[in-house]
Design a protein around this ligand. Structure first.
Ligand code: NAP
Ligand code: F7E
Length: 338
């Protein structure tokens, strides 16, 4: 039975990955921050809360990392823990650098010291491309992060490559484009939309307030992406891979997909900060712009080219942005009825 450690197991990807590995017969340990027992919701929703062994680890605390790594000979370690909300990274840039950047080297160095045979996955991100130098982006595209989050993740990426090249660790960095699910954090725009519109459809008629509606993203389904992470660690030679759908969708379209799934009929009007969408059936404003959600800097067109993952790993995303919006909106609507 293979043993895996997942940092950030209480998060979206951690929960899906835990379920995937458990289904494959792995023994799964997950890290949780002390006093965050309340955050078992996702593991519970995916039906695996009781099957994952939990250890207290904070990536800003080296001793907690060393204790977790020293105690067990893990076959695979997936580093998914991070402060993952880009929008708040401008408010806490030093904390983000510590957890998302230095946290990675703390973990790698513990592996180098106590368990050099363990295979390692680092959760890198399309945010590293930022002001992208090419469209679409692949493993060769230069980085130009546009947020403290992206900058910290660039360090995490390069230190992973560096430990692979310096010490021969089997360490891979997965450069993943946005991936969502019904357990996506409520701060992220997709879930904010599906949660807000589901409540609207239930009759609360409170408009969903969004920032930059002109943003677009390459959105896939988290369940597909965690399978890509696992496939990376099954390769004889560790390398880095982009996972993406190769299709970009504007936020307005995602709103439209979710609204349709909920039986709402939206009519857009106005421009810039006055832009809004009225639900024709109720006559109420369902979506409006609030500049509070604008960011100090936006990324350019992030669109991934996952040819390498497709050809080398046999990986393929299966869920479209429309299907994703429907899956999330329906789940939020059903939860709201409960
Ligand atoms: P998420 O839902 O926000 O989960 C993040 C996890 O990290 C949570 O379990 C959280 O624990 C934990 N965490 C936060 N700070 C920590 C700390 N100081 N020490 C230990 N654990 C800490 O994120 P996700 O969407 O699953 O993403 C997983 C990883 O992939 C992240 O590294 C993210 O940056 C990266 N990524 C995500 C995407 C995406 O589209 N989802 C794309 C590219 C890369 P609590 O429950 O205690 O907060
Ligand atoms: O924003 C725009 C916002 O917060 C997407 C994380 O998983 O993916 C995620 O980061 C876009 C941005 O995701 C609102 O300005 C408009 O352009 O859903 P998001 P993100 O920033 O792409 C990457 C790959 C990661 O690595 C991250 O960990 O949507 N937007 N209005 C809004 N965004 C939010 N959150 N809220 C709004 O009201």
């Amino acid at each position: 039975m293979k043993k895996a450690l997942i940092t950030g197991v209480t998060g979206q990807d951690g929960s899906y990955l835990a379920r995937l590995l458990l289904d494959m017969g792995y023994d799964v340990t997950g890290t949780i921050r002390a006093n965050s027992q309340a955050k078992m919701t996702r593991l519970r929703k995916l039906g695996v809360a009781d099957a994952v062994r939990l250890v207290d680890v904070d990536l800003s605390e080296i001793n907690s990392i060393n204790r977790a790594i020293r105690g067990t000979a893990f076959d695979e370690v997936y580093n998914l823990a991070a402060q993952s909300f880009v929008g708040s990274s401008w408010d806490q840039p030093i904390y983000v650098a510590d957890v998302n950047g230095l946290g990675v080297v703390r973990l790698l160095d513990a592996l180098r010291t106590y368990s050099p045979q363990t295979r390692f996955y680092q959760a890198s991100t399309s945010e590293m491309f930022g002001r992208a130098r090419a469209v679409p982006q692949n493993e060769e595209t230069p980085f130009h992060p546009r947020s403290p989050y992206g900058a910290a993740k660039v360090y995490g990426h390069y230190i992973t490559v560096n430990y692979r090249e310096s010490f021969g660790l089997h360490a891979s960095s997965g450069i993943l484009f946005n991936h969502e699910s019904p357990v996506r954090s409520a701060e992220m725009v997709t879930r904010k939309i599906t949660l807000g519109l589901a409540r609207f459809a239930h009759g609360d008629h409170v408009p969903v307030e969004l920032g930059n509606l002109d943003a677009r993203r390459d959105w896939g389904f988290a369940g597909d992406y965690v399978e890509g992470m696992w496939r990376m660690l099954q390769q004889d030679v560790a390398e880095d891979y982009v996972l993406a759908t190769g299709i970009t969708t504007p936020i307005r379209d995602f709103v439209g997909f979710a609204a349709e799934a909920l039986g709402l009929d939206l009519a857009w009007s106005g421009t810039a900060e006055a832009e809004h969408a009225v639900d024709r059936r109720s006559g109420k404003v369902a979506v409006k712009v609030n500049p509070r959600f604008y960011r100090p800097a936006e990324v350019d067109l992030l669109l991934g080219d996952a040819t390498k993952a497709r050809t080398r790993l046999g990986w393929q995303p299966k869920v479209t942005a429309r299907e994703l919006a429907e899956m999330m909106a329906t789940s939020d609507y059903d939860d709201g009825r409960a």
